[in-house]
Design a protein around this ligand. Structure first.
Ligand SMILES: [Zn+2]
Length: 118
């Protein structure tokens, strides 16, 4: 898998303990502010999404906000998010996070209706 050279990458991550958002500052100057619930609802892992079809809001997504305990960079293309309930299989590619960016501006009840190609 190769990325387009101009693909923006995160240059700064802010996930203060107790906060309900993850902020990503991108190399092109954009800042994304993702509610934890949004990120967890669209967790792209096989457990949440199955193995085929578009990425959708996960039925089993927790009703309440969940803290992110751990963030790990995977290769040079993705972040692995570790959640307070022990769910650590979600690997969010930078490309996917950029696709999620416009949803961060929407009310959750609208955002959760969207879906994404893989
Ligand atoms: Zn998941």
């Amino acid at each position: 898998m190769s990325e387009i050279p101009s693909m923006p990458v995160p240059v700064e991550l802010r996930a203060p303990r107790g906060a309900r958002v993850l902020e990503i500052v991108w190399s092109d100057g954009l800042t994304s502010t993702f509610a934890h619930r949004l990120l967890r609802g669209f967790c792209p892992c096989a457990y949440c999404q199955g193995h085929q079809g578009p990425i959708r809001w996960a039925e089993g997504a927790p009703e309440q906000d969940l803290a992110i305990d751990d963030i790990e960079e995977v290769g040079r293309y993705a972040l692995r998010l570790g959640w307070a309930d022990g769910h650590t299989t979600g690997i969010y590619s930078f490309r996917f996070l950029r696709e999620l960016h416009p949803l961060a501006e929407l009310p959750l009840d609208q955002a959760r209706l969207r879906s994404f190609g893989r």
